[in-house]
Design a protein around this ligand. Structure first.
Ligand SMILES: *[C@@H]1O[C@H](CO)[C@@H](O)[C@H](O)[C@H]1NC(C)=O
Ligand SMILES: *[C@@H]1O[C@H](CO)[C@@H](O)[C@H](O)[C@H]1NC(C)=O
Length: 439
């Protein structure tokens, strides 16, 4: 018994020391935050849900936009507009949407003519429409994560723009705005980094179906089911530098050796194509990868030749140009067994696309090559620049699904996992059940 008496203070001391140690290891930084992602079957857009913490009954559904520099939504009655001298207002005016003149920081408040209300310019990435509306702030709540499960809710204030109802055209019916994920200060990753003291980086895992995909803000790890699957962030297939493109706030990478089909480089000369490297944009609001006309023709010709033995379906299903009889193809681990496509990226690594990311089932017995020709070029990739500046490739949602992409703004690098089927998992395998499981 006496021994127990001495043990207790000792255990207490150890517990205190461990507590101090844990705080030291965590430093000033908080935990990464985890957000589920859904895919809308009608619009093929990806959305997140953000509860408004002042009123837990209200959950806003917002479309994800990789190129979007701000967060915007329709505002409730009685919101408070930010003043023109607030730091968020200065940041809101670092960029302007294309063809949008610099119009100053705001307008007089109708209730108080001495006060200037901050104006921002929300942009709809589907229609290309822009509006002008007030900047405001609201409190939201997101779960912290250890990479395995959600841990506990964290509330923080986000600076957003209001928007008129008319700007919601083209978004899923229950969505009320857009969450920008670009590299600007008012996009969600920077606002989380700022308020949570976590690195300005995020991991994006878009789902292929209605079931939840996952995004983690503030760095890894990321574990997906089944148990035993390695940390996806620590086992990426490769990475490549992120590139800037004019005034655009979106993400770009560069393919200095171009594209290969069936492990043969696609010849671009003879199609009037600009020389290598190919500039590649990433767009979560473009359903299928779009190729600039010159690159598209060369690519389709190469894929057509590489699949000359495969049974075709004619007429093709627009907007696709190469369609095949799926009853003649047996689904393999990486999807339909078709020639692989390599994006040969700056730094020497390939982003390899397998059947699971290249062939889409358009009806019971037809699959088509899920790439399209770029049309309204300046609309396809977000902000800034005209058609002359269009990237050669805009990687769309279908090609990113079930791949983990790690956008690291601090080191200006994009990490990619390649198709997660290779690790026997998918983006819908994050365990969103809270741990420890409530009794
Ligand atoms: C946090 O996770 C729990 C458990 O999955 C979930 O019920 C809750 O809605 C999540 N909270 C937020 C704010 O996403
Ligand atoms: C990238 O792809 C090309 C074409 O398929 C291939 O020749 C090359 O060896 C690949 N590079 C790496 C690092 O895998």
């Amino acid at each position: 018994m006496a021994e127990m008496w001495q043990l207790k203070p000792l255990l207490l001391l150890i517990a205190v020391l461990l507590g101090v140690l844990a705080c030291t290891v965590a430093g000033d930084g908080g935990m990464p935050l985890v957000i589920p992602i859904t895919k809308d079957a009608d619009t093929l857009l990806y959305s997140v849900s953000a509860p408004v913490a002042e009123n837990d009954q209200i959950t806003n559904h917002l479309v994800l936009d990789l190129s979007g520099p701000i967060i915007w939504s329709t505002c409730p009655d009685g919101y408070v507009a930010l003043g023109c001298t607030s730091p968020a207002c200065m940041q809101a005016h670092r960029f302007n949407p294309p063809n949008y003149p610099q119009t100053g920081y705001g307008r007089p408040d109708a209730d108080n003519p001495h006060r200037c209300k901050c104006t921002a310019h929300p942009y709809n990435p589907v229609t290309g429409d822009t509006a002008s509306d007030d900047m405001t702030q609201f409190t939201t709540s997101v779960n912290a994560t250890d990479g395995w499960n959600p841990l506990y809710p964290v509330s923080f204030v986000v600076s957003t723009s209001c928007a008129p109802e008319s700007l919601l055209t083209g978004l899923p019916w229950d969505n009320v705005g857009v969450v920008g994920l670009a590299s600007s200060a008012l996009a969600l990753p920077a606002q989380i980094a700022d308020t949570q003291k976590v690195p300005n980086k995020f991991a994006l895992c878009l789902p292929s179906a209605v079931s939840n995909g996952v995004a983690i803000f503030g760095g890894g790890p990321l574990f997906l089911l089944p148990p035993g699957t390695p940390d996806i962030v620590a086992t990426l297939a490769g990475d490549t530098p992120l590139r800037k493109h004019g005034k655009s706030t979106g993400y770009y990478i560069s393919a200095d050796k171009g594209i290969a089909v069936n492990q043969i480089q696609v010849p671009l000369d003879g199609y009037g194509a600009a020389p290598l490297p190919l500039l590649i944009a990433l767009s979560s609001t473009t359903p299928y990868t779009a190729l600039r006309s010159d690159v598209y023709r060369a690519f389709i010709t190469a894929f057509d030749q590489a699949t000359s033995e495969m049974a075709r379906v004619k007429p093709e299903t627009p907007p696709f140009e190469l369609c095949y009889d799926s009853t003649q193809l047996r689904q393999a681990r990486m999807g339909y067994p078709v020639p692989q496509i390599d994006l040969m990226l700056e730094g020497g690594k390939n982003w390899t696309l397998f059947g699971g990311n290249t062939m889409t089932l358009v009806n019971d017995n037809t699959v088509c090559l899920a790439f399209v020709e770029m049309r309204e070029e300046n609309k396809q990739y977000g902000y800034g620049g005209g058609p002359k500046e269009a990237p050669a490739v805009v990687i769309g949602g279908f090609q990113m699904e079930n791949n983990l992409l790690v956008f690291d703004m601090e080191n200006q690098r994009l990490g990619f996992s390649s198709l997660l089927y290779g690790k026997h998992t998918t983006c819908s395998n994050f365990n969103f059940l809270k741990f420890p499981v409530p009794a």
